[in-house]
Design a protein around this ligand. Structure first.
Ligand code: ASP
Length: 439
């Protein structure tokens, strides 16, 4: 069985176990299951795994970006990759939210939505766009790395890559070292991925065990409209864009992006999924690291199609509940604000709701209205994060194809880059030990 198949089985099993715990009421507060199984074992395994993935992100992005800059070797090409991916990311996000608002406006008013069950929610005001722009440059690199500020890390790594290129031949040793570190980080991704089946099982069992099905039923219209819009965007819009702009097969693409989707679904974080997305597009689809090392972390930060869809539907839903008419200009502001909000916010769990509160402040909707949808957000977060990550990979493929930086042979080979059983080649080990000895 391939790792993907194992992880898929773990997912199904996790959902079943979660359902059993949930529906039998085994996880009553302070019960044994609640304290030691769901809140204990599952929580610990799941958190360890997500932490391990997060641990990989910063060094992986750093080394792969520098190696990417070396790989491109041409600064104007770097600019083109940046401009194209930025435009595509903004375009797909705007399309996603416009479609979501349209769909929600058609369906939600047909149902009687009431203010049932509201949790309190404290929002946040949008930072001015000037701050978002200024913050791209880190004043302190160590701080940027320590806090995992992705845009700042991208900026510094590219600048360092370019500066090393300018040094020329003398930097050969460093270039080789970076290549080796990049390969080592990819091996680390494989090591962490190899325990995914256990972790995905624990993450899903916990998430499903804690799902509030009553609330889900009450908010059925909201949930169904969001999931439908997400699926429409994932299988419709994104695949159409992929086919139109790159002529690559959506069917092959979908089969190869599955790992990243499952990881995004289980972790609800595009950022934590960066290592897997990067692995999927480079090793499985054949995108050159020079493009992917930039577009993937960039996309995880600024591209959130799924989140934008949630924001569109939530705006219509809450406006409907409160009987507020937003009008065309109101909705256009929502579209613009969500696209802008996605630029400055990192892909971490639950951040979509904070972005939503920024949008609400702008269009004058009651921020406390977000409390209405809080209870079902975890599940929707998991699904929309998969869409976010798929969007990153679609744009990566399109940009790579347009720059002729994708190996079609790898893309078409269905077995390319499949994660296999981990094994350490003893001959490799011995060879390295010998070299070190000689030194
Ligand atoms: N969890 C999402 C992500 O990481 C963001 C969100 O919608 O809350 O992409």
């Amino acid at each position: 069985m391939t790792l993907t198949a194992k992880v898929l089985w773990a997912m199904v099993l996790g959902i079943i176990v979660g359902l059993v715990i949930n529906l039998t009421g085994l996880n009553a507060p302070e019960s044994f299951t609640d304290e030691y199984v769901v809140g204990g074992l599952f929580y610990i395994i799941g958190t360890l795994f997500i932490t391990a993935l997060k641990m990989l992100v910063v060094p992986l992005v750093f080394f792969s970006l520098i190696s990417g800059v070396f790989g491109i070797g041409d600064i104007s090409k770097l600019g083109k990759v940046g401009a194209k991916s930025f435009a595509l990311y903004m375009m797909t996000t705007a399309m996603a939210i416009a479609m979501a608002i349209g769909l929600a406006a058609l369906i939600i008013p047909l149902f009687n939505t009431s203010k049932a069950q509201s949790a309190s929610f404290v929002g946040k005001e949008a930072p001015p766009l000037s701050d978002v722009l200024i913050n791209i440059i880190p004043s302190n690199v160590v701080e940027a790395f320590a806090s995992g500020n992705m845009l700042q890390i991208i900026f510094f790594s590219i600048l360092l890559g370019i500066s090393l290129l300018m040094v020329g031949k003398k930097a050969k040793g460093i270039a080789e070292g970076v290549e080796v570190m990049n390969e080592a980080m990819m091996n680390m991704v494989n090591i962490v991925m190899s325990v995914a089946p256990y972790a995905v099982f624990a993450l899903l069992a916990k998430a499903v065990a804690e799902l509030g099905f009553d609330l889900l039923a009450q908010l059925a219209v909201y949930v169904v409209v969001i999931i439908s819009a997400l699926m429409l965007h994932l299988f419709g819009t994104l695949m159409l864009i992929l086919k139109l702009f790159s002529k690559l097969s959506p069917k092959i693409f979908l089969s190869k992006i599955r790992d990243a989707q499952i990881f995004a679904f289980s972790t609800a974080s595009s950022n934590a999924t960066i290592p897997v997305t990067l692995r999927s597009v480079t090793k499985r689809m054949g995108v050159d690291n020079s493009v992917a090392s930039f577009t993937v972390p960039f996309g995880a930060t600024i591209n959130m199609d799924g989140t934008a869809i949630m924001q569109g539907v939530a705006t219509v839903f809450i406006a409907n509940v409160y009987g507020i008419e937003l009008g065309l200009s109101g909705y256009l502001t929502v579209i613009l604000m969500s696209v802008l909000a996605s630029i400055g916010t990192a892909g971490v769990p639950g951040v979509g709701l904070i972005m939503l509160s920024m949008v609400f402040v702008q269009v004058g909707l009651p921020v406390e209205g977000i409390g209405l949808i809080l209870g079902v957000d975890r599940l929707l977060d998991m699904i929309r994060t998969s869409v976010n990550v798929t969007g990153d990979a679609v744009v990566t493929c399109i940009v790579a194809k347009s720059e002729d930086e994708i190996e079609l042979e790898t893309f078409l080979n269905k077995d390319a880059g499949i994660v296999e059983e981990l094994e350490i080649d003893e001959k490799d080990e011995a060879a390295l030990a010998e070299v070190v000895h000689k030194v």
